[in-house]
Design a protein. Structure first.
Length: 714
């Protein structure tokens, strides 16, 4: 038989109450089972040692101890593979728990499925007994890590991203984050949806030849709006953007890339008008030591998240301190680092609130753990922090139910992670659990020798480890290649009017630096290669259209340079042309704007100095001189003297034509010209009109006759 605890009520059992347990029982055998009943047993002594919780819950033997206090109504028969819900109830008085306030706390329960009184399977869980007069309490806060498994998945694997956003890890983030009472350790990349091509209304792709519109990726934008709307009135701590591995970037010397990632995160917080309480880095228990905390300090983070088991001299001590301490650097004099120290057992249990687990059983364990801690012998107040694993895909319904149960528990007072950081800032704490007063019983000052690696034992209790096992840093060559790709993208951005098309490669570059890829060196290397190829492909969309060659036959000319832009946005570029020989003088570079998916001809002034052949080299750059294209060469033939010789030839030719014409006229003129006439002027016409005309009146004294050819030539 398999058993799944469906519900166990109430959250806190008090005298006069009724305990009810519902268990779903499934017949996993090959034979039908008859007369099934759910039996309840208990132990009257309370649990005072947290190790007993693990030992009790991990016992899976079918045989219970003692007589059953109560039993459900029998179920006639359960066929193989079938399930049935069995319910058992019992009055509090029948459990025989002490009603003295001092004896409040966690009690053990056994729920056994029996067939005709023969035990088949037993589930061991807990109930918290809390008489009304009990007053012991602890403060508690929950810090949820909110980040994507892969910050660039919407670019690298859209189908997997869609699944994650609809029913997977991102859906879990969207639904669990708004839970009342939860603080966040938030990746700002979740608030920064990348720009992607906007899908057409009819679902078809953008027509060929047209320029697509860009807008925030819809699912990412929806998640960002949910988080922004729910961020108020809760403590928000900042992760590095895309969970970037700042230590590996620093070790690789990729300072420019690290700076770009930091600036992008800062800009997101500013745009969303969210002020994180601190920038925190997580240090896993297995790798916790002084070197790890020094690395956090060197990264510029203002807080570290470290399991409390790595900061306590004895993780199994009888009194659990508050989850806060202060590390004093041994390398940077005067430098201190606040340490948020989540309780590792509670955090591990909370991480089990996932689909596929018995989440009601997990919830009862959380209640039992917190009640056991609250009932420890201490008079100083304590504040526990629960922070599940960033890798846990929490079930929203189960998480909400557990959070509600923790808030209902009378031994828990809701707190804020900010209160722990305030205590560290003012060092308002004590290291004496019996000091009393208002100061928190906390870890206090922590030196380097007190920071040790820790991890879970076979029973689930956390203990010290012999040595730290820090995962290998991200490969240096991959990070440097990612940095080079980032520089390529920045160069393109400087030329583009709208750099939205660069959001995708930028996201892929940054996601390649994630600390998630520690121990998986192939992933950053693959991302580096993909990002470089993508950046190069985008940059190759800007090109100089080659010409076959130019001829210059004058002293000065404008040589057209054709620039093609196949990007989805206009670009403003600088065209620089140089010559390999001093036969020409090239004009100053020109700044031009090329339309999206278009081309232009930009004239460059060239002044000829001497005859010959030169090679003009054209490079397209950003306005500040960063190259966008490879050099493009074109031959240029220079003959400025051709223009002068041509003019001289034309002048000589025209002169010769005039001479020939005059000579021809002289040779043929005697037979074609009219004879000359000798006569006096007409005085009347001259006086009247000013024109000189012959006097037509006959002159008796003069014999008018035509001039002879000889007289005319004389």
């Amino acid at each position: 038989m398999s058993m799944d605890l469906v519900s166990l009520t109430p959250t806190s059992l008090a005298p006069g109450g009724t305990l009810e347990a519902q268990v779903e029982v499934t017949n996993t055998s090959s034979e039908p089972q008859s007369a099934l009943a759910l039996e309840l047993r208990t132990r009257t002594s309370r649990i005072t040692d947290r190790a007993e919780l693990s030992a009790w819950e991990s016992d899976t033997t079918a045989q219970p101890t003692g007589e059953a206090i109560a039993s459900s109504a029998p179920h006639d028969e359960l066929a193989p593979g079938e399930s049935v819900l069995l319910t058992v109830t019992v009055d509090a008085e029948e459990l025989d728990y002490s009603e003295e306030p001092y004896y409040w706390g966690t009690r053990r329960l056994e729920l056994t499925v029996a067939s005709e009184e023969d035990p088949l399977s037993t589930l061991r869980t807990f109930v918290v007994w809390r008489p009304a007069e009990a007053e012991d309490t602890i403060t508690q806060s929950v810090l949820l890590p909110l980040a994507a498994e892969d910050a660039s998945q919407m670019v690298t694997d859209p189908e997997a991203f869609a699944t994650s956003a609809e029913s997977g890890q991102l859906a879990s983030v969207r639904e669990t984050a708004p839970q009342v009472g939860a603080d966040w350790w938030l990746d700002p990349a979740l608030l920064d949806p990348p720009a992607m091509p906007v899908a057409q209304e009819d679902g078809e792709e953008t027509p060929a030849g047209s320029v697509p519109e860009y807008g925030p990726e819809p699912r990412s934008a929806e998640l960002a709006e949910v988080l922004e709307g729910a961020s108020a009135q809760r403590t928000v701590l900042s992760m590095p953007y895309a969970d970037s591995d700042t230590a590996s970037l620093q070790a690789a010397g990729a300072d420019d890339l690290a700076g770009m990632i930091g600036d992008r995160g800062d800009q997101v917080w500013k745009d969303r008008e969210i002020a994180p309480r601190a920038e925190a880095l997580r240090v896993d228990g297995q790798s916790a030591d002084a070197d790890a905390l020094e690395s956090v300090l060197e990264s510029g983070a203002t807080a570290a998240i470290v399991p409390s088991s790595s900061l306590r001299s004895d993780p199994a001590s009888s009194v659990t301190p508050s989850s806060i301490g202060m590390y004093t650097s041994t390398r940077q004099p005067g430098a201190q680092l606040p340490l948020l120290a989540p309780d590792p057992e509670l955090s591990s249990e909370f991480s089990q609130l996932t689909s596929g687990n018995d989440t009601e059983q997990v919830q009862q364990r959380l209640l039992a753990e917190t009640a056991t801690v609250a009932s420890e012998y201490a008079t100083s107040p304590r504040h526990l922090l629960i922070s599940p694993s960033p890798d846990a895909v929490l079930d929203p319904t189960a998480t909400s139910s557990a959070m509600d149960a923790l808030q209902e528990a009378p031994w828990i007072e809701a707190g804020s992670t900010s209160e722990l950081l305030d205590a560290a800032e003012h060092q308002d704490w004590t290291t004496d659990p019996l000091a009393g007063g208002d100061a928190l019983y906390a870890l206090g000052e922590v030196d380097g020798d007190a920071v040790v690696p820790s991890g879970p034992s076979a029973t689930g209790r956390w203990q010290h480890l012999e040595s730290a096992e820090a995962p290998a840093p991200l490969p240096e060559d991959a990070l440097l290649e990612l940095e080079a790709a980032s520089a390529q993208v920045d160069t393109l951005a400087a030329a583009m009017e709208d750099d939205s098309p660069l959001d995708a490669p930028r996201r892929e570059i940054i996601a390649g630096t994630s600390a998630r890829w520690r121990g998986e060196p192939g992933v950053p290397a693959e991302r580096a290669q993909e990002a470089t190829e993508l950046a190069t492909a985008l940059q190759n969309r800007i090109e100089v259209v080659p010409a076959s060659g130019y001829n210059v036959i004058s002293d000065a000319v404008s040589v057209p340079i054709t620039i093609s832009n196949r990007l989805d946005t206009p670009i403003t570029v600088r065209i620089a042309v140089t010559s390999d020989k001093p036969l020409v003088q090239v004009g100053e570079p020109k700044v031009v704007t090329v339309p999206a998916r278009g081309k232009i001809d930009a004239p460059i002034d060239v002044e000829a100095i001497a005859n010959g052949t030169v090679t003009l080299t054209t490079v397209v750059t950003t306005e500040d001189g960063r190259a966008l294209t490879a050099p493009a060469d074109v031959p240029l033939t220079v003959n400025p003297s051709w223009e002068n010789w041509t003019t001289l030839v034309i002048v000589i030719a025209m002169g010769l034509l005039v001479i020939v014409g005059v000579a021809r006229a002289r040779r043929t003129g005697s037979s074609t010209r009219a004879p000359a006439v000798v006569a006096p002027e007409d005085p009347e016409e001259l006086a009247r009109s000013g024109r000189s005309t012959p006097d037509r009146s006959p002159d008796p004294d003069t014999d008018i006759h035509p001039a002879s050819p000889e007289e005319d030539r004389s």
